[in-house]
Ligand binder design. Sequence first.
Ligand SMILES: Nc1ncnc2c1ncn2[C@@H]1O[C@H](COP(=O)(O)OP(=O)(O)OP(=O)(O)O)[C@@H](O)[C@H]1O
Ligand SMILES: [Mg+2]
Length: 371
Amino acid sequence: MYLKDIKLTNFRNYEEQVLAFDEGFNFLVGNNAQGKTNLVEAIYMLSAGRSFRTFMDSELVRWGSGTLYIKGTIAADEGEKAIEIAMRGNNKKIKVNGVLLEKRGDLFGKFISVIFSPEELKLVKEGPSYRRKFMDQGITQVKPSYYYLLINYKKVLFQRNSLLREWLSGKADADVLTVWDRQLAGYGARMVYERYRFVRTLSALSKLVHSRITNGEEDLEIKYQSCVDIKEDMDPEEIRQQFVQKLESARARDIKTGVTSFGPHREDLVVLINGTDARKFGSQGQQRTAALSMKLSEIELLKSETGECPVLLLDDVMSELDPSRQQYILGNLTDVQTFITCTHITGIMKKSCPKGKVFHVDSGIITTEEQ
Ligand SMILES: Nc1ncnc2c1ncn2[C@@H]1O[C@H](COP(=O)(O)OP(=O)(O)OP(=O)(O)O)[C@@H](O)[C@H]1O
Ligand SMILES: [Mg+2]
């Protein structure tokens, strides 16, 4: 799929902007603070219904204005679709082909995108929450119902933790804890099942991508560090049973500490380069390249699982990668619509993408030029 055009009204520093995009490479070029990331953010909004930069929707509305509107036309195998996001104050409405969605989650899967920004460059280097978010976002796009699983799991976890904190003051009820445990195991087991399947496919794909990017010098392996002892072809019910047992054996410790010590909220991915933990021992460049391989593999995974090719959003990452990595991106993403922000068009970009479209971003006004 690809984004054909976008219309922005009072979004960030854009007052009124209509743009038609190329099916291949789109370069968003401009100095700092001109609105490049703002445009990427608007595109991302069409796929997630919210920003990747802030949870505060009100920040997205152009200063001095009380309303915001984004409309994008998506071309997909199944035909064209229009996605609209309108905001008045804090009231956000999302429509697909003119039909109002009940919940933001109903938008997932309609316009599939993969974002790669300096945040994602930290995927390998930083703490486990980055890698859990990576799994959860990827799975949600393949299987939108996973989003509700995640929300329910978090709600029950919150309730269970509140109960644990009340325990020491003698107000808590053991039967209630057992009810939360059952619910937590139900949602958690299905999350583990989906994460396991996601990582298994991703690991195989990223091994190939990483080997290509590093000219066969590095072997990349991604291992799912699950909260249960997971085995090939385990079904969700087996995982659930194990989950219940583990919660029971952790109960005394959890009561003492007042937190749930076990579950998908504590899981991680281990990234190995040539058999060594890249988070602990990899160089900055190796960690970034591994993150790049993982994100590029996510595209392949989404493509094979949904039958649609996602759109790639590269914000501020080209300048962070060495010329050979840049060359790889530009040379290998020929069938993926790609948006790239940069301060200037480099020689590599000109050489590798003679057909890309260039957008000059200047204080919230964009002008176009065919490259
Ligand atoms: N709600 C808003 N209303 C009006 N302007 C805004 C709003 N939010 C942000 N801006 C403006 O947008 C600018 C930042 O734009 P953006 O983050 O897209 O820059 P950029 O071109 O990506 O720059 P860089 O190269 O530094 O990443 C800010 O300097 C700010 O002035
Ligand atoms: Mg930016």
